[in-house]
Design a protein around this ligand. Sequence first.
Ligand SMILES: C[S@@+](CC[C@H](N)C(=O)[O-])C[C@H]1O[C@@H](n2cnc3c(N)ncnc32)[C@H](O)[C@@H]1O
Length: 250
Amino acid sequence: MNLAAGSSDFEKQQYEALKAAYRLFGHGDLMKFWLFENHRCIYKWAHYFPIYEKWFEAYRGKEIVFVEVGVQNGGSIQMWRNYFGGNAKIVGIDINPACKQFEDATQNIFVEIGSQDDPNFWAAFKEKYPRVDILLDDGGHFSNQQILTFREMFPHIKDGGLYACEDCHTSYQARFNGGLKKSDTFIEFTKNLIDELNAFHTNGTLPPTYNTLNMGGIYFYDSIVVVEKKKIPFKPFDLPVGDFAEVNAE
Ligand SMILES: C[S@@+](CC[C@H](N)C(=O)[O-])C[C@H]1O[C@@H](n2cnc3c(N)ncnc32)[C@H](O)[C@@H]1O
């Protein structure tokens, strides 16, 4: 990471930002690829990288299908290819037909063109890709798109997989129809998922849903929500194990 002599103010600012990103957010393989390798543009918030590393590490080298909504310049699908290794199938989705140019079957990289807010697109997608291990939503960023994508695709994620949506800060931004505690935003939608996660404890007020029976946990970060796909095969139960102490004698 060197700054060329005679760089513009913008380039100098960008150089300082990159140095800060590296200093602040660790230097896992994804961030190294982002900052130091040659690739097409990857447009990400710097603080996402340790979150990606935490969640995606376990899937490296495995035969997985990784889907990212939002291809744009095609740089992030190169990064995922590099990170997950040759056994992974990388599938990008974008509304922009020009993104098809980034498909490279020889690299096990596929690009599907369509809109994430179109249920017909998802129906065809699911038929073509019967298995998806991880989905990362970095598409249009409007809450209605993020919600529809979750509803369509969370049930399709393989047990043991992950669903992640990034740039959720748009839930707070008026230009994305957002606003603090506005009921139709993705963030409010995911807050309601917390109730579904705990449905067994609501005494029947909220009957367990598909999500109750298939979410291992929901994890909130600045602008990212990660949901673990995990079958819950029985009603949660507790029981006392071990010797009782005097404090319990009545
Ligand atoms: C933030 S960019 C993706 C950046 C890329 N993942 C990266 O890390 O460099 C968002 C992309 O989502 C695409 N997009 C916007 N609306 C969409 C929609 N309704 N369905 C699918 N893709 C959409 C845009 O065309 C754009 O390429």
